[in-house]
Write a protein that binds this ligand. Structure first.
Ligand SMILES: *Cc1c(COP(=O)(O)O)cnc(C)c1O
Length: 390
């Protein structure tokens, strides 16, 4: 009898983590080497270049933070926000609320711009907030709100920040690798992401990038960054471009092999092809769900292709359906969060999990489970198939 842990083989179609490709898992199991080994330093340089490619940026300060997406979020806020700074924070779901929490913990003043859950951030409200608070130093918003399945217009929002002499902090945790993230084109100043969503890597790493203007702001700080671990000035001693690398913390060596492999896979596929694949599988899933008689929670023009919010039909037991999917089909989908708890399911099609087989598996399983609960549903398979053949 072994005490080793063997997880079940699930299909991960929730809000993350997403299915990790066998190639990435293979990379993870390669021999651990020292985090200052010259071979490892070369890998770090490659990872940085691959992140610049994925984020479409030439920002020098681009690196993977050694902790999950939430730490990437915190890295951006603790380095850019000083006590007393005014930050306009857009909230249209769970993650905007966490941004506010970050601002306040940095001693900053959060000016909230609120939109309904399920709606994108309204640029007019952001303009009005800058008009009312011309001293706001930073605009913070979520590009892809995973809690609702909504995409906001990052290019427009970053431009509004620039027009008002403010920097922007953008949450791209769920967008990177699934839809366009063009840091330089947008003129975004601080962007963070995660590895476990559309990069389909294991959880626990958070890519971040800072524009030259953001770097200037960090360099001009009078106040020490309150987090020693996330202080970019210190982290750069290890991740910085110079040949001399100093110990800051022990990098998660094997996780970085995995990140490298997932980025190589993205490069091989090409960004445009990856975005097109996410869009196609989204169209097929939506066609199938609608043919079943289910409806989407978000208006078509604002939907994320990698995170699909579905309205739970009247009389259906939310938790029982998700439990049956998990137990009988090894399929994980997400529950609604916050204001949408009990009202929606969140079906992820992220990274390696965004494939035809998963779309068909999900439609098939959902149909069986709903029918088992006595709900009247049609089959969505033919409609999904037709979407692939168009
Ligand atoms: C998942 C997610 C995060 C947090 O990432 P973790 O890896 O769970 O810490 C932050 N923002 C958004 C939009 C997310 O989807």
């Amino acid at each position: 009898m072994t005490r080793s842990f063997y997880p079940p083989q699930r299909t991960l179609m929730g809000p993350g983590p997403s299915d990790v490709s066998p190639r990435v898992l293979g990379a993870l199991s390669r021999p651990t080497i020292g985090h200052l080994d010259p071979v490892f330093i070369r890998l770090m340089d490659e990872i940085k270049a691959l992140l610049q490619f994925a984020l479409q940026t030439e920002n020098e300060l681009t690196l993977p933070v050694s902790a999950p997406g939430s730490a990437g979020m915190e890295t951006c806020f603790v380095n850019l926000v000083c006590p007393g700074d005014k930050v306009i924070v857009c909230q249209n779901g769970v993650f905007g609320g966490r941004m506010r929490e970050n601002v306040e913990r940095c001693g900053g003043i959060a000016v909230m711009v609120e939109d309904a859950w399920g709606e994108p951030v309204d640029p007019e409200k952001v303009r009005a907030a800058f008009a009312a608070h011309p001293d706001a130093a930073i605009l913070a918003f979520v590009h892809a709100e995973t809690s609702t399945g909504v995409r906001s217009d990052a290019a427009t929002l970053c431009a509004i920040a620039r027009e008002n002499g403010a920097l922007s902090i953008v949450d791209c945790v769920t967008s990177l690798g699934g839809i366009e993230v063009s840091v330089d084109l947008w003129g975004a100043d601080a962007v963070y992401s995660g590895t476990q969503k559309c990069l389909s890597c294991v959880p626990g790493i958070s890519p971040v990038t800072f524009s030259p203007m953001a770097v200037e702001r960090i360099a001009a700080r009078q106040h020490k960054v309150q987090s020693w671990f996330l202080d970019m000035q210190l982290v750069m001693g290890y991740w910085g471009g110079s040949a001399k690398r100093a110990y800051h913390h022990t990098a998660p060596v094997n996780n970085l092999y995995a990140l490298h492999e997932s980025l190589v896979m993205l490069e091989e596929e090409g960004l445009e092809a990856a975005f097109a694949r996410h869009a196609l599988n989204h169209r097929a899933l939506v066609a199938g769900l609608e043919a079943m008689g289910l409806s989407m929670a978000v208006a078509a023009e604002h939907r994320l292709v990698q995170l699909n919010s579905v309205v739970i039909p009247e009389g259906v037991d939310d938790a029982a359906v998700r439990a049956a999917l998990l137990n009988d089909f090894d399929l994980e989908i997400g529950a609604g969060l916050g204001a949408l708890a009990g009202k929606t399911w969140r079906i992820g099609l992220m990274g390696h999990a965004s494939c035809e087989r998963n779309v068909m598996h999900c439609l098939n399983a959902l149909e069986a489970v709903l029918a088992g609960q006595g709900a009247r549903v049609a089959s969505g398979l033919a409609a999904a198939r037709a979407a692939y053949e168009r």
